[in-house]
Design a protein around this ligand. Structure first.
Ligand SMILES: C[S@@+](CC[C@H](N)C(=O)[O-])C[C@H]1O[C@@H](n2cnc3c(N)ncnc32)[C@H](O)[C@@H]1O
Length: 276
């Protein structure tokens, strides 16, 4: 059997895969991403006992098998994330959003947050730790973490991280306070895990069923979408934010000109989008 790396993806199959990933997850992959398909789809090719990505495409075209279709799209998601990514966002939450919510919600003590492309969960758990550090442990708090990929959602639910993952961004005192050793890994404790639940959600779907939120993280996912998908996703997010609620996007992303129902504001060195 020829080695996987030596079999080039035929151009018609490259186009087929681009269309497939776009229709499954809304992700736009440009013309020069052959290496990405090759490295990320190789394990699926191997698992299915196929000879090459071209064989995988033939299988997809012939059967449209849901499980394989989805695993191909999931494999093409980029799941890069880490604790306290963009610390200025968490500073803004601590200094500006939480004091306001504390006052506004002092009767119900109820707060709702959504990490909308949560990947392996570090974003949602970072928020949980910030809320505990701010003394909100006795409030009724729910954080929803959601992602298209069931693979990362499963990892997020487990709340278990490798040494290299906790070394990225997590301050040592928080590691000691909120994690327990689990063999060579680190397990988040029950107090933090109870605040967060994870599920698979495709951001292109209607969000009416997910509830209403005080804050939505939609960070480092809009970059993968085209303008139409972006517009639709932002409209749905606006629909589930309380008036005055915040949306945070990644450092290289902007909603300027895409949705006028958000007001852009600077809080410290962070940019936040406030639901009008
Ligand atoms: C780069 S990660 C961002 C993780 C985290 N928000 C952060 O900023 O650190 C992007 C995530 O978006 C998810 N994603 C891609 N398309 C999606 C879609 N249509 N619906 C929901 N999640 C999606 C991917 O699976 C991936 O885990």
């Amino acid at each position: 059997m020829p080695k996987q790396a030596s079999v080039e993806i035929r151009e018609e199959n490259y186009k087929f895969l681009q269309r497939h990933v776009y229709s499954q997850a809304g992700i736009v992959l440009e013309e020069d991403k052959h290496y990405l398909f090759e490295t990320r789809l190789a394990p699926i090719v191997q698992e299915l006992g196929l000879g090459s990505i071209n064989d995988l495409c033939a299988l997809l075209k012939a059967t449209r098998e849901e499980k394989v279709s989805r695993s191909v799209a999931e494999a093409m998601t980029t799941n890069e994330t880490y604790f306290f990514r963009d610390p200025s966002h968490f500073e803004a939450i601590r200094k500006e959003l939480l004091p306001r919510l504390r006052a506004e919600r002092k009767d119900t003590k109820r707060l709702r947050f959504w990490s909308a492309a949560s990947s392996t969960g570090q974003e949602a758990y970072t928020l949980a730790m910030v809320l505990l550090e701010e003394g909100l442990g006795d409030w009724d708090i729910q954080i929803l973490g959601a992602d298209y990929s069931s693979r990362v959602v499963e990892r997020a639910r487990a709340g278990k991280y490798h040494q290299i993952e906790v070394d990225r961004g997590l301050p040592a005192p928080l590691l000691i306070k909120y994690f327990e050793r689990s063999g060579v890994d680190w397990q988040l404790n029950e107090q933090v895990r109870r605040m967060v639940r994870f599920q698979t959600i495709d951001l292109r779907e209607s969000m009416r069923a997910v509830g209403m939120f005080d804050l939505v993280f939609c960070r480092n996912v809009l970059i993968y979408f085209d303008a139409d998908t972006k517009r639709k996703v932002l409209k749905e997010i606006r629909g589930v934010l309380f008036r005055g609620g915040w949306m945070l996007v990644g450092g290289t992303e902007t909603v300027f000109g895409v949705d006028e129902r958000f007001e852009r504001r600077n809080v410290g060195s962070a940019t936040v989008y406030v639901a009008r």
